[in-house]
Design a protein around this ligand. Structure first.
Ligand code: NAP
Ligand code: GLV
Length: 311
C-alpha cells in the first residue's frame, strides 16, 4: 500500500516533506514521483500544485488530498479521476495567515500607509487625515474558511464588515448578503472589497468593468483568491480612471507575474507573490494524515470537494 506526493516543490523541500509523511504513516510506502515499478500500488495521493496528468492511470487510487485550499487547477485537469474522492486543505493556521494578510491590506488602505510609502520615496512630509476603523466598511466576498476568519478578524479590529456568500449563512457582527442578487449592495457600500471566493464557473471573471462600476468611486480592491476572478484589463481601466483607488493583488492570470507586466510598476497596485496564506506543512500534514487514517478506517474524510459546485 503506498502514497504518492505530487507537488511542484524543489527536490530538497520535497524530501524533507516526504520524511515527515513517512514518520506519520510508517506502514505506507511514500513515493515522490511516478514510476511504473510502484504505480500499481498507489492508493493515496497528497498533491500541492501538481503537474496536470500526474494522477492519470493509477488503478488503485482511492483518495486524493489537496494540500492547497483552492482546487480549481486540479479540477481543470481532465485526467483527474472522477470517481476518486478529493479533499481540500482546511487548516486553521492557514485561515489565520489569510486573515493577517487581509488585515495588513485593510490597515494600509484605511490609514493610507501606501500613500506614506510614496511620500517617503518623494521625501515629502505630509500627514493625511486620520479616520477611525468603525468609519470604514469592508466587504469580504466569500465567507468560507478564509473569508469567515477574515471577516471576524476585521470586525474584531473595529471595521464595519459586510460579506457575500452563496448560502448567506449568518455570521455574528457581519452584515451577510447572499446569491447574485446580494452582490450589488455589498459592492456599493464598501470602501474596501476583499475577494476570498473559490474560482468556479460562476466566479470566473466576476471582477470586471460592470462590477467595478458597482463599487463606490475610489474604492480599493484586494484580491487574495485567484487571478482569473479578475478581468485584468478592466481592473487597469478602473484604476486609471479613478473608479478604483488602489489594488492589492496576491494572485494573477500568469504566476509568477511576468517581469514586463504593468502591475509591477503601476502606482496604484501593490503586488504580493501568491503568499497571502501559504500551506503550513507542519499543521497541514497532520490534517492530511488524519484524513488518510479516516479513509483507511472506513470513515468519510473531512472537507471533500463538491465537484458539481467546483469548490
Ligand atoms: P471555502 O471554505 O470553500 O469558501 C468559499 C466561500 O465562497 C463560501 O462562503 C461560499 O459560499 C462562497 N461562494 C462560492 N461560490 C459562490 C458564488 N457563486 N457566489 C457567492 N458566494 C460563493 O473556501 P476557502 O477555504 O475560504 O478558500 C477560498 C479561496 O481562497 C480558495 O478557493 C483559494 O482560491 C483562495 N486561497 C488563496 C490563497 C492565497 O495564498 N492567495 C490561499 C488559500 C486559498 P457558501 O458559504 O454558501 O458555500
Ligand atoms: C493557495 O492558493 C491555496 O489555494 O491553498
Amino acid at each position: 500500500m503506498s502514497l504518492l506526493l505530487a507537488t511542484d516543490f524543489a527536490p530538497d523541500a520535497l524530501e524533507r516533506w516526504a520524511a515527515q509523511v513517512r514518520e506519520s504513516l510508517p506502514d505506507l510506502q511514500v513515493h515522490t514521483r511516478r514510476d511504473p515499478a510502484h504505480d500499481a500500488g498507489i492508493e493515496f495521493a497528497f498533491v500541492a500544485n501538481p503537474a496536470p496528468g500526474v494522477l492519470r492511470d493509477l488503478p488503485r487510487l482511492r483518495f486524493v488530498q489537496s494540500m492547497w485550499a483552492g482546487v480549481d487547477k486540479l479540477l481543470r485537469d481532465p485526467t483527474l479521476p472522477d470517481e476518486v474522492p478529493l479533499a481540500r486543505m482546511v487548516d486553521p493556521a492557514m485561515n489565520r495567515a489569510m486573515a493577517e494578510t487581509a488585515l495588513w491590506a485593510v490597515l494600509n488602505l484605511h490609514r493610507r500607509f501606501f500613500d506614506y510609502l510614496d511620500q517617503q520615496r518623494a521625501k515629502q512630509w505630509q500627514p493625511l487625515p486620520q479616520r477611525r476603523a468603525n468609519e470604514v466598511n469592508v466587504a469580504v466576498l466569500g465567507l468560507g474558511e478564509m473569508g469567515r476568519t477574515t471577516a471576524l478578524r476585521l470586525a474584531a479590529n473595529g471595521y464595519r464588515v459586510s460579506g457575500w456568500s452563496r448560502s448567506g449563512t449568518p455570521i455574528a457582527r457581519v452584515d451577510v448578503h447572499a446569491r447574485d442578487a446580494g452582490l450589488p449592495q455589498v459592492l456599493a457600500q464598501a470602501e474596501i472589497v476583499i475577494n476570498l471566493l473559490p474560482l468556479t464557473a460562476r466566479t470566473h471573471s466576476l471582477f470586471n468593468a460592470k462590477t467595478f462600476a458597482q463599487m463606490r468611486r475610489g474604492a480599493h480592491f484586494v484580491n487574495l483568491a485567484r487571478g482569473h476572478h479578475v478581468v485584468e484589463k478592466d481592473l487597469l481601466a478602473a484604476l486609471d480612471s479613478g473608479q478604483l483607488g488602489h489594488a492589492v493583488l496576491d494572485v494573477f492570470h500568469t504566476e509568477p507575474l511576468p517581469a514586463d507586466h504593468v502591475f509591477w510598476s503601476h502606482p496604484k497596485v501593490t503586488v504580493l507573490p501568491h503568499a497571502a496564506a501559504q500551506t503550513d506543512l507542519r499543521s497541514a500534514t497532520a490534517i492530511a494524515v488524519a484524513n488518510i487514517n479516516a479513509v483507511r478506517a472506513g470513515y468519510t474524510p473531512a472537507h471533500l470537494v463538491d465537484r458539481a459546485q467546483g469548490y
